[in-house]
Design a protein around this ligand. Structure first.
Ligand SMILES: Cc1ncc(COP(=O)(O)O)c(C=O)c1O
Length: 406
C-alpha cells in the first residue's frame, strides 16, 4: 500500500466491537442517564487504581481503594475539586503556565487567581522548585499537570503541600495509566482529576473522573452534590437542595464506552510507549532531524522509567528559526502530505484573559518557547511502526527542502 495514501491524524480513539455492542445494549435497555453503568465504571476505575503495578509497595495507604466520582469532563471535575476545597474569591492557586486553558480557567471560574509558574523545558512539567517563591498568605492549593502523561515529582510536590499546608489538585487529564515510582497516578495523593475526552488515552466520548482518598467520604458527598444540583434525598424520599450544584453527571452510555476502554487501557498505553520508542530511535539517528528537533524528556529510571509514562502525546520542539519556516507552514506542509499535526499548547499566561491579570511575554521563558515551537506528532494505539516511519520520512523530506532554501 502507498504509505501516503491514507490520512494519519495526530490522534484517534480505538473503540472495539465489544464496546460498540455494549453501548447498543445500554441504548436498548431504556436507562441512558446515570445508572448501573456509571456505578460499574467508577468501581472498575477504583479497582484499576488500587491494583498497583509494583509488587514491592511499602505504602499500605495506596492499597486502600480510592473513591472515584465521574463527570461529563475533567473541566467539571477540576472546578468541583476547587469548590469542595472551599477555594474562591481572594484565593490563589499555583499552576503551570503550560497546559490546556481549562487548567487555569477553572481557577478563574471559582473566583480565585491563577498564579503561574514556569515549566521545565524537557519534562514540560511545572518547576516545583519555583513554587515556594510564589506562595503568599492567599495561596490555597497547587494544581500541577502531569504533562503528556509524565508524572511530576510526587515526593517534592507533596512535601511542599505539607510544608505550606496546601491542597493539591492534580490535573491528571493526560495521565490515566501513568505512574510514579511504581505507584499509579490517582492511586495516592489528594484530589486527582482525569479526562476521558476522545483524544485522551481512554475515552468516555466526553468525560472525566476524580480520585479521592478512601477516608474522604464527606468530600466525596460534596462532589456528588456539586455534580447534581446540590440535591439530597432522605430515607423517606424527601428531597432538599443544600447548595447550588451544577449538572455534570456522566451518562450510562458514556460510562459503557469507558468500561470497554478501561479494560484495554494498559494495552493502549503499552502500544503508545512502543511507538514513542520508534520516534526517539528515528529522530535521533537522522542528523537533519536530530539537529532541528528538541525531544521531550525520557522518564528517569529512578522515577519508574518508560513504564510509568502513558505518553498521552508525543510533542517535540522544532527549530523553526533555524529552518527558516513558520510552524503554520510546517503544519500545512505535513497536512498536504496527509499527516495531522497538533499544537499542545500555547503558553496560557499570554491569552487575553490572563494578560488582564498582568502577565506578559518574557514571564515564563520555557513555557513560551515550548508554546511557540511545539508540534504534536501522530500517536495513537492503532498506529504501526510504518506510520511513525512515514511521519519521520516526511519531516526529513520537508526539512531537507527548507534547509536548501536561501
Ligand atoms: C491538561 C488538561 N487539563 C484539563 C483538560 C480538560 O479536559 P476535558 O476536556 O475532559 O474537560 C484537558 C483537555 O484537553 C487538558 O489537556
Amino acid at each position: 500500500m502507498d504509505k501516503t495514501s491514507s490520512y494519519l491524524p495526530f490522534t484517534r480513539p480505538t473503540i472495539d466491537d465489544e464496546t460498540i455492542e455494549g453501548v447498543v445494549q445500554v441504548l436498548r435497555s431504556g436507562w441512558l442517564a446515570t445508572g448501573p453503568q456509571v456505578k460499574n465504571f467508577e468501581d472498575m476505575l477504583a479497582d484499576y487504581l488500587s491494583n498497583d503495578l509494583s509488587d514491592n509497595l511499602s505504602n499500605q495507604e495506596i492499597k486502600k481503594k480510592r473513591i472515584i466520582k465521574s463527570f461529563t469532563s475533567a473541566t467539571a471535575g477540576l472546578e468541583i475539586a476547587l469548590q469542595i476545597c472551599g477555594i474562591g474569591e481572594g484565593d490563589e492557586v499555583i499552576t503551570s503556565a503550560l497546559s490546556f486553558a481549562a487548567t487555569s480557567n477553572v481557577i478563574m471560574r471559582v473566583g480565585a487567581k491563577p498564579i503561574f509558574v514556569d515549566v521545565d523545558l524537557d519534562t514540560r512539567n511545572i518547576k516545583l522548585e519555583d513554587i515556594p517563591k510564589v506562595i503568599t498568605k492567599k495561596t490555597k492549593a497547587i494544581m500541577p499537570v502531569h504533562f503528556a502523561g509524565l508524572a511530576v515529582d510526587m515526593d517534592k510536590l507533596y512535601s511542599y503541600a505539607r510544608e505550606y499546608n496546601l491542597r493539591v489538585i492534580e490535573d491528571a487529564a493526560h495521565a490515566i495509566g501513568s505512574s510514579w515510582r511504581g505507584k499509579k497516578i490517582g492511586s495516592f495523593g489528594d484530589l486527582v482529576v482525569f479526562s476521558f475526552h476522545p483524544n485522551k488515552n481512554m475515552t468516555t466520548i466526553e468525560g472525566g473522573a476524580i480520585s479521592l482518598a478512601s477516608d474522604c467520604v464527606d468530600e466525596a458527598k460534596k462532589v456528588e452534590l456539586h455534580r447534581w444540583h446540590g440535591l439530597t434525598k432522605d430515607t423517606q424520599n424527601n428531597t432538599d437542595v443544600v447548595l447550588a450544584g451544577g449538572k455534570s453527571n456522566l451518562s450510562d452510555v458514556a460510562a459503557r464506552v469507558g468500561i470497554g476502554q478501561l479494560k484495554r487501557l494498559d494495552e493502549f498505553n503499552k502500544k503508545r510507549r512502543e511507538l514513542v520508542a520508534v520516534y526517539y530511535e528515528l529522530l535521533c539517528k537522522n542528523s537533519l532531524l536530530n539537529n532541528n528537533v528538541c525531544l521531550p524528556a525520557y522518564p528517569k529510571e529512578t522515577d519508574g522509567g518508560m513504564e510509568g509514562h502513558s505518553f498521552h502525546m508525543f510533542a517535540p520542539l522544532i527549530c523553526f528559526d533555524k529552518l527558516k519556516i513558520s510552524r503554520q507552514q510546517f503544519i500545512s506542509d505535513m497536512q498536504k502530505k496527509g499527516i495531522g499535526v497538533g499544537i499542545h499548547y500555547p503558553a496560557i499566561h499570554l491569552f487575553e484573559l490572563y494578560r488582564k491579570l498582568g502577565y506578559r511575554e518574557g514571564a515564563f521563558a520555557n513555557a513560551e518557547r515550548i508554546g511557540n515551537t511545539t508540534v504534536t506528532l501522530p500517536l495513537f494505539p492503532a498506529m504501526q511502526r510504518a506510520d511513525v516511519e512515514r511521519v519521520c520520512e516526511t519531516m526529513n523530506e520537508l526539512f531537507d527542502g527548507y534547509s536548501g532554501r536561501v
